[in-house]
Design a protein around this ligand. Structure first.
Ligand code: UD1
Ligand code: CA
Length: 446
């Protein structure tokens, strides 16, 4: 298939979201809505892309794609046709298909985008994706002839009562032959209830010119638009269902799938076990045979073969849990690099730390990595044993196989295979407790 250019419309205000950030930057499974659309377009084989964004908005610069992407600011929001025209510079001279996608319709699949691109490449001048809406409210309706040809798209505000009962709706995803797009758009006016330049008017204009218009009908779930927070939650639920199925399909067991929240990019291997109520932020990889126990919160972490994490573990960005390592309850890891078979089983904070293979970190161990100004590193050698309730004041190195006595505050490097302890010696005062109690005996004579 010839390569196509994608135009992603993302300049809408999104007033119904009642938010201080642009609608299309709201995250869905940890990735902005519009980034999902860019990802799908890229996967479908787009050669280049134009993104139409609001003026002076922050947060769009981070939308990196592997394909050539240009951003165009739409200074006034005059409608979807006007929005496409904002990218005029990138569109003039394009010969192959141009796909228009809406930044607020994030679940569209690469397959559907490809189908539409090949429709205009092979048999039509223009193509539209429609769907049967359970509740068509708010969508543009597809007006078709008895023979099923697409005649027009009517926005709800402008529709007659008879048109409003139609359930076949416009998804917003359209494709055009490159050289036809700009002349079509230039003929679109704004004489409608909203006073906007509607991209959807392209259908009637193209028909009047005798152009061939294809219409593909796909399932509603793929083209759900996000205009409100409630719709955002619905789309999130749909995507989570997909992500859970993907994980299970790949050989992971989810004991209670509906309670596990994945990120758009969570990678799970075979024979991974995920217990109930686990949250994954972006950039998590779980290798084969690893177990994530209940109530864990994990982001930007790599969990290697056969490792066990949780219950109640928190893995913060930059963490690697090596093969067969164990991270237990109420343990927080940040930028921690943990080698094979090491154990941090209870109640610890381990930050900016390397732990060598087989080391054992006792309950309540804290790495003091922050001095109020800068972060410092801790290095714990392979096979070291850190006694419970120790504080390791970074920067500090614990040599291989060293022992740290419980309750120590370690601020100097410890040589390999030695014992370090900083607690005060234990003293006994015999009979002391009895004397104390005798002194406090109540006097019944008064
Ligand atoms: C649009 C379609 C409607 C379709 C529905 C599907 C039009 C006129 N209507 O309606 O037929 O059923 O999507 O979800 O196209 N945008 C801009 N600049 C603008 C206006 C909009 O960039 O001036 C962007 C928005 O950010 C959004 C997309 O275009 O990503 C669609 O705009 P929106 O206002 O949400 O259109 P709908 O009323 O949902
Ligand atoms: Ca919309």
């Amino acid at each position: 298939m010839a390569q196509f250019h994608a135009v992603v419309l993302a300049a809408g205000q999104g007033v119904r979201m009642k938010s201080s950030i642009p609608k299309v930057l709201h995250p869905l499974a940890g990735l902005p809505l519009v980034a999902h659309v860019l990802k799908a377009a890229t996967a479908a084989g787009a050669a280049s892309c134009s993104v139409v964004i609001p003026p002076n908005a922050k947060g769009f610069e981070a939308l990196a794609t592997p394909i050539e992407t240009r951003f165009f600011e739409q200074r006034e929001r005059l409608g979807t046709a006007h929005a496409v025209l904002t990218a005029r510079e990138a569109l003039s001279g394009v010969e192959g298909p141009v796909l228009v996608l809406y930044g607020d319709t994030p679940l569209v699949s690469p397959d559907s985008i490809r189908t539409l691109a090949s429709a205009v490449e092979n048999r039509a001048d223009m193509a539209v994706i429609g769907f049967h809406a359970k509740d068509p409210k708010g969508y543009g309706r597809l007006i078709t002839s008895d023979a099923g040809e697409l005649l027009a798209i009517r926005e709800e505000k402008d529709a007659t009562p008879e048109e409003r009962v139609l359930s076949l709706c416009n998804s917003g995803i359209m494709a055009f032959r490159g050289h036809l797009l700009l002349p079509l758009l230039d003929r679109i006016g704004n004489k409608n209830k909203a006073g906007e330049y509607y991209l959807t008017d392209a259908v009637e204009i193209a028909r009047a010119q005798g152009r061939r218009i294809a219409c593909e009908v796909i399932g509603e779930d793929e083209v759900r638009g996000v205009n409100t927070r409630a719709q955002l939650a619905e789309v999130e639920a749909l995507l989570q269902t997909r992500l859970r199925s993907q994980a299970m399909h790949g050989g992971a067991t989810l004991l209670s799938p509906e309670t596990v929240t994945f990120s758009h990019d969570t990678v799970t291997g075979q024979d991974v076990l995920i217990e109930p109520s686990v949250f994954f932020g972006p950039r998590v990889v779980i290798e084969d045979g690893a177990t994530i126990k209940a109530f864990s919160y994990i982001e930007d972490a790599h969990i290697e073969r056969g490792a066990v994490v949780g219950p109640f573990a928190r893995l913060r960005p930059g963490t690697r849990v090596g093969p067969k390592a164990k991270i237990g309850n109420f343990v927080e890891l940040k930028a921690a690099d943990i080698d094979e078979g090491a154990k941090v089983n209870h109640l610890s904070y381990i930050g900016d730390t390397h732990i060598g293979a087989g080391a054992n970190i006792g309950a309540g161990t804290i790495t003091c990595n922050y001095d109020g100004f800068r972060k410092h590193k801790t290095d714990i050698g392979a096979g070291a044993f850190i006694g419970s309730n120790s504080a390791l004041v970074a920067p500090v190195r614990i040599g291989e196989g060293a022992y740290i006595g419980s309750g120590s505050v370690i601020s100097k490097d410890v040589p390999a295979d030695s014992l370090a302890l900083t607690r005060a010696p234990q003293v006994h005062r015999e009979g002391w407790a009895g004397r104390l109690r005798a002194r406090h005996k109540p006097d019944h004579s008064k």
